[in-house]
Design a binder for this molecule. Sequence first.
Ligand SMILES: [Zn+2]
Length: 73
Amino acid sequence: MTGKTIRFYCEYCKETLAIQVTESLEKEFKERADKWPYPLVYHHSDHFAIIYIDENWHERGVVCSKISYKKET
Ligand SMILES: [Zn+2]
């Protein structure tokens, strides 16, 4: 456990949520984030939160959506 946590306010849940920064999430950010802040998509309940995260795991902006789109092949 790293003990790091990302906190953000979800407008649909109407509360502040916390995401534990697991080793696998930290590794994924190191490998894939090519800019900061980098957005993380968090799917929960019936909606998504897109959370911009900086190098120190601080939230730098959030948008919430109930809609996602997948192209049909
Ligand atoms: Zn929510």
